[in-house]
Design a protein around this ligand. Structure first.
Ligand code: NAD
Ligand code: UDP
Length: 312
């Protein structure tokens, strides 16, 4: 049994990770500033004696005796991370520094949640970990992309300079229940619009692609990585099945029996044109490979939003 700190524990991925850690018999402390996360995501753990939720912002230092740290705190939706870009950069840089400092002080193993965004608008497809990326350093996405790149740099430097037991996971687009209905990311946007019979907004021509991983499978990869000794990464975690946004929209409309119209709106600046993980390393080092097909994962996700909308 480990004592585990999950930063961003009240968020979408963080809350599923807390569930998994509790199921595995660990003691969990989740910390969150509730910017995009909320307590309802952790309602099921509220009375669990092995679980604790603390309001805390990782930009401020914290001292906790733990064995493992999953550093997930950071808004992940472009709409939210661009709302206060300076704060996003601070969370990624100062927040990650604080967590690495904590790991060093208490001799904990730390896993840094990085992102496929470190590859920017990739010129190599699919993206292997050895690709250094194609990122605009001064654009609207930079607070997140470059913030996460610096977070990776700091993680490697704490490992090399201070022997911190560190790990880096590059997470690709993940979806599932508990995404916020106004999260702004594509899967929740499309499902909510389709269920409400409102227009489904396609940014640009809709030919840009993403590869979507169901949340519990992503959490399994994070857990396996944390359990693996002598492996720092970075390792890509994502589902290699790739779809254009038009294809995704059509699938959602069909599965929700919706008569919503697809409406093309202005493309987002610096929107990556394509994205698909090369997961050779994850297969080899973690014995991990996603099995849940998009339609299979969309079903419980649609049910979740359907239920949420009926109750609101
Ligand atoms: P999310 O926005 O649902 O969760 C992030 C959580 O972090 C929220 O609960 C938020 O309130 C909290 N948070 C933000 N800033 C904080 C701060 N300064 N201090 C404390 N808490 C703070 O996003 P998510 O999808 O759950 O993403 C979790 C992590 O995974 C993020 O680091 C994100 O960059 C990474 N990631 C996610 C995806 C994805 O598709 N979901 C893809 C790539 C990377
Ligand atoms: N997108 C869209 N309509 C929406 C939301 C997003 O067409 O309502 C597109 C967006 O422009 C991007 C893709 O869907 O090309 C994925 O966007 P998301 O915000 O989910 O994540 P990203 O991978 O861009 O960080």
């Amino acid at each position: 049994m480990k004592k585990v700190l999950v930063t961003g524990g009240a968020g979408f991925v963080g809350s599923f990770l807390c569930d998994r850690l509790i199921d595995e018999g660990h003691e969990v402390i989740a910390i969150d500033n509730f910017f995009t996360g909320n307590k309802a995501n952790l309602r099921q753990l509220q009375n669990n004696p092995n679980f604790e939720l603390m309001r805390h912002d990782i930009v401020e230092p914290v001292l906790l005796e733990v064995d493992w740290i999953f550093n997930l705190a950071c808004p992940a939706s472009p709409v939210h991370y661009q709302y206060d870009p300076i704060k996003t950069a601070k969370t990624n840089v100062i927040g990650t520094l604080n967590m690495l400092g904590l790991a060093m002080r208490v001799n904990a193993r730390i896993l840094q949640a990085s992102t496929s965004e470190v590859y920017g608008n990739p010129q190599v497809h699919p993206q292997p970990e050895g690709y250094f990326g194609h990122v605009n350093p001064i654009g609207l996405r930079s607070c997140y992309d470059e913030g996460k790149r610096v977070a990776e740099t700091l993680t490697m430097d704490y490992h090399r300079q201070n022997q911190v037991d560190a790990k880096i996971v590059r997470i690709f687009n993940t979806y599932g229940p508990r995404m916020h209905p106004e999260d702004g990311r594509v899967v929740s946007n499309f499902i909510v619009a389709a269920l409400k019979g409102e227009p489904v907004t396609i940014h640009g021509d809709g030919m840009q692609s993403r590869s979507f991983c169901y949340v519990t499978e992503l959490v399994d990869a994070l857990y396996r990585m944390m359990e693996t000794d002598n492996y720092i990464g970075p390792v890509n975690t994502g589902n290699p099945d790739e779809f254009t946004m038009i294809e995704l929209a059509e699938k959602v409309l069909e599965m929700t029996n919706s008569s919503s119209k697809l409406v093309k709106v202005q493309a987002r600046p610096d929107d990556p044109e394509r994205r698909r993980p090369d997961i050779t390393l994850a297969k080899k080092r973690l014995g991990w490979e996603p099995k849940i097909k998009l339609e299979e994962g969309l079903k419980p996700t649609i049910d979740y939003f359907d239920d949420l909308l009926k109750r609101s």
